[in-house]
Ligand binder design. Structure first.
Ligand code: ATP
Length: 466
């Protein structure tokens, strides 16, 4: 990617292509988005109109524009131009002779009033946030599984330092916890670019503590962490057994809350489920809002697949998305892996994406899943977990200590296998399908309310998926 002007540009190039893009985008995008991200871009069109270079003020903006708008701009430019136009993004370097050249193009494009200074004024935030600009609320599909977490995250991004502080998000692997954290940071930076936002993985925090300890630089360490407006810290379960880190995190935590900075944490379990973490930290983790992210439901998985395919510049017909979503149920990361395989398979074999193609592309994955998750397997795993006999899964016994695990096993059978309600009923000692439906609804509903049950189900699901 260019970091300055490349010589093959004509500074006086006919500006109509960019102007037409601006006109179109100003109609398409919300005004605030257009004014913040598109309008300040300084454009240059290559002599032969094969390339459009856009200059931005800093790296953060460059990453953001690339993630959010480059695809749209390329499509738009191609449509307007009648042939593919390469979109290149570059940072305007103050110390290079770029300025006059860019300025003249800028003037040509938007009249003499707007100069590069207008771009510079959009104060580059030199603080390294470590945010991935592609992970935004816009690219995060909403569903029942993440609705509450997403709403809380939106609230925090909109008015940090107030409600839900700290925000503690927990859930299994690959369910979008990290994505949600980045989305909060990116939104805050988009709204208030001067904010000091830091995303950090808990392991990196541990390593920062170790470095500060070795180099005796705790003052700098504290200055750095205690000055933040928003601290996003991922996977705090990694603090287990790290006493010094826990102490430093406790200090940072207190300092940040005292100055009304916001803290968002993620973990694979809810605060009280954390092990080997000091009680005083655990109780602080739980003192704001604790929300779970659940595995995505079918419709959400379908929407994720369709959206991701589009963002990859491809298309996934709905029936194929349903087929994949029914077969890949565990988490979003696996869905993404499946999608990548299908798209690569389709490109490689030059075949359109179809159910048959998806079946071929995912053959290994599907056979592993089919092999691992059978109703019998579920019955055995659940019986072991709740310490009852496997035979009780088919028996007519009704005490709660047996009936409840049986209902849990029915629920998991519906969630994790392709079997219909009557088929499941049959495998549970010839029960009616309405009994199975009742169990599925009951456990599914309680899962949303009861943290402990939810945790147990997570463990069972992880065990069954191997
Ligand atoms: N609701 C969603 N919509 C779109 N993409 C999603 C969604 N949830 C997760 N993803 C994507 O799935 C992938 C895994 O998500 P992420 O890394 O946030 O998971 P995680 O919960 O932090 O997992 P881990 O605990 O393993 O770090 C990412 O590429 C993320 O963008």
């Amino acid at each position: 990617m260019a970091e300055g002007l490349s010589p093959d540009f004509n500074a006086d190039a006919e500006p109509s292509l960019w102007q037409a893009c601006l006109d179109e985008l100003s109609r398409e995008l919300p005004e605030q988005q257009f004014n913040t991200w598109i309008k300040p871009l300084v454009a240059q069109v290559a002599d032969d109109h094969s390339k459009l270079t856009l200059f931005v003020a800093n790296r953060f903006k460059l990453d953001w524009v690339r993630a959010q708008y480059a695809g749209r701009l390329a499509a738009l430019a191609e449509r307007l131009q009648g042939h593919p136009v390469q979109i290149e993004l570059a940072i305007t370097l103050k110390e290079t002779p770029v300025k006059p050249a860019v300025q003249s193009v800028s003037s040509a494009l938007r009249g003499p009033v707007e100069s590069l200074d207008a771009v510079d004024e959009a104060a580059p935030n030199t603080f390294r946030s470590r945010l991935n600009p592609a992970l935004t609320f816009d690219t995060l599909v909403e569903g029942t599984a993440n609705r509450m977490a997403r709403a809380a995250a939106m609230h925090v991004a909109g008015s940090p330092g107030h409600l839900y502080n700290p925000l503690f998000i927990y859930g299994g692997v690959g369910l979008g916890k990290t994505h949600l954290m980045h989305a909060i940071g990116n939104k805050l930076l988009a709204d208030r670019p001067e904010s000091k936002v830091l995303y950090i993985h808990a392991e990196q925090f541990v390593s920062d503590v170790v470095k500060a300890y070795q180099r005796k630089t705790f003052d700098e360490f504290k200055q750095h962490y205690h000055s933040l407006d928003l601290l996003l810290i991922d996977d705090v379960q990694f603090f287990a057994n790290k006493d010094r880190t826990q102490e430093e995190f406790f200090n940072a935590f207190e300092a940040l809350l005292a100055k009304k900075s916001h803290i968002v944490m993620t973990s694979d379990t809810y605060p009280k489920g954390l092990t080997d973490i000091h009680e005083r930290l655990v109780s602080r983790f739980d003192s704001g809002l604790t929300v779970a992210i659940e595995p995505p439901e079918l419709e959400m998985r379908v929407a994720i697949l369709i959206n991701k395919a589009i963002s990859e510049g491809s298309e996934m017909p709905e029936e194929v998305a349903f087929f994949v979503a029914k077969n890949v149920r565990s988490n979003v990361r696996e869905l993404e892996g499946a999608l990548r395989k299908i798209l690569a398979y389709s490109r490689f074999n030059q075949k359109e994406v179809s159910i048959q193609l998806a079946r071929d592309a995912l053959r290994d994955l599907l056979s592993i899943q089919n092999r691992q998750i059978s109703v019998e397997n579920i019955q055995k795993t659940v019986a072991d977990y709740y310490k009852i006999k496997v035979a009780d899964m088919y028996s007519k016994k009704r005490p709660a200590s047996i009936a409840r695990p049986r209902q849990i096993a029915m629920y998991l059978a519906k969630e994790l296998t392709q079997k219909s309600l009557p088929e499941i009923g049959e495998l549970f000692g010839g029960r009616d399908h309405t009994t199975v439906l009742h169990a599925v609804r009951k456990i599914g509903g309680e899962r949303q309310q009861l943290t402990e049950l939810n945790q147990q189900l997570h463990v069972l699901e992880q065990t069954l998926k191997g």
